[in-house]
Design a protein around this ligand. Structure first.
Ligand code: CA
Length: 361
């Protein structure tokens, strides 16, 4: 009896000890970490803002509420184009934006959103995840105390809104157009004046005549801004942004403080958000395009081949020039260009050939 009691006692004691350790672990697990995510988008803006919301919610849900990310629209904590600095210095732990807005910080950031006549969304993801692009992006952002992630893609954008037809390269001369990144530099070399404005300022700038033309994203987003009210012609294709990656940048110190499993969750959630946004855009763009054309009587146009040919040749120069900025830019340029030249051959016999074949039906 005594012996049995003793064993029982040990047993009870062991259970009590195990329970205590478990309790300590549970207490650690229950500790909630709160992050701010600043964005370059108007709060809840379709596609971009809702994409940022989706990312935050995915992190919250995947972590069982241990990491709570709160999303802030442009101007709620910082203006749209100060997201990079805010996350870099730790005012916010996370930011959702587009890397090409930071060309003033480093010109090579532009390779990680979209390059004129560059990669489609599918090809861009292939370069980032399986072509060395992600490592180069990390190397570039490391000097700013940031960790980058691909966290959304708009797919092929539209060429933009104009109040006159673009029938030749001459028509681009003197044109003051909102067009960021390398696309803007291409326009400049074609004789136009590129302007960088956050999305929220496009409509009023078009309305007041401060700019003559603008690109934004595609039908889904452009309709949300009401751009059909301030311009007549809607041009395709978006040669300047054939598959724009949106980014989720993370303050490095904040990231390093996370338990390892939360770090994995944050990175995984970004990958989910990257895929989800592309699906959102692909599903809704055509719907919006039909409304723009049928209800709002927007005149759909395609840039003439010779205009595209000229812009393409200027784009090759612009992209190469960005590669000349410093050693890292050169490395990124070489990686991007080699990947593009290689994947173009596969895309020609796969996506491109199939889409051509489908049109025959
Ligand atoms: Ca755009």
């Amino acid at each position: 009896m005594k012996r049995r009691d003793f064993i029982k006692g040990v047993g009870v004691g062991s259970v009590a000890t195990a329970g205590m350790v478990g309790g300590i672990q549970n207490a650690a697990a229950a500790k909630t970490i709160k992050w701010k995510m600043v964005t370059s988008w108007p709060k809840n803006f379709p596609g971009l803002g809702t994409g940022a919301n989706f990312l935050a919610k995915t992190i919250n849900d995947m972590s069982g509420g241990r990491l709570k990310v709160k999303v802030y629209g442009a101007n709620e904590i910082v203006p749209a184009l100060e997201v990079f600095d805010a996350v870099s210095r730790g005012t916010a732990q996370m930011g959702h934006s587009g890397a090409y807005y930071w060309k003033g910080k480093h010109p090579a950031t532009q390779f990680f959103t979209s390059v004129p006549f560059g990669l489609t969304a599918q090809e861009m993801n292939a370069w980032l995840y399986y072509g060395g692009g992600m490592q180069l992006w990390e190397e570039l952002y490391d000097q700013f105390n940031l960790i980058p992630n691909a966290a959304g893609n708009t797919g092929v954008q539209m060429g933009g809104w104009f109040n006159k037809e673009i029938n030749s390269v001459e028509d681009l001369k003197g044109l003051k157009m909102r067009i960021p990144g390398m696309g803007g530099e291409v326009l400049k070399r074609a004789g136009g004046t590129p302007v960088t404005l956050p999305g929220g300022e496009i409509y009023t700038s078009m309305q007041s005549g401060a700019i003559d033309a603008t690109e934004w994203v595609g039908p889904y987003n452009d309709m949300a801004f009401g751009l059909y009210k301030v311009a007549k012609f809607y041009y395709s294709p978006g040669w300047h942004e054939p598959g724009s990656t949106m980014e989720a940048m993370i303050n490095k110190d904040a990231f390093n403080k996370l338990p390892e499993e939360l770090q994995v969750i944050v990175r995984a959630a970004c990958k989910v958000a990257n895929q989800d946004m592309l699906a959102d855009y692909t599903a809704r763009n055509n719907q919006a395009l039909q409304t723009l054309v049928n209800r709002h009587k927007v005149q759909l146009r395609q840039f003439p081949d010779d205009v595209l040919k000229k812009l393409n040749s200027l784009a090759q120069e612009v992209v190469a020039d960005v590669g000349k900025h410093d050693k890292l830019s050169e490395k990124i340029y070489q990686s991007f260009t080699a990947f593009k030249n290689s994947v173009i051959q596969w895309s020609a016999v796969s996506e491109q050939a199939y889409m051509k074949a489908r049109e025959l039906g």
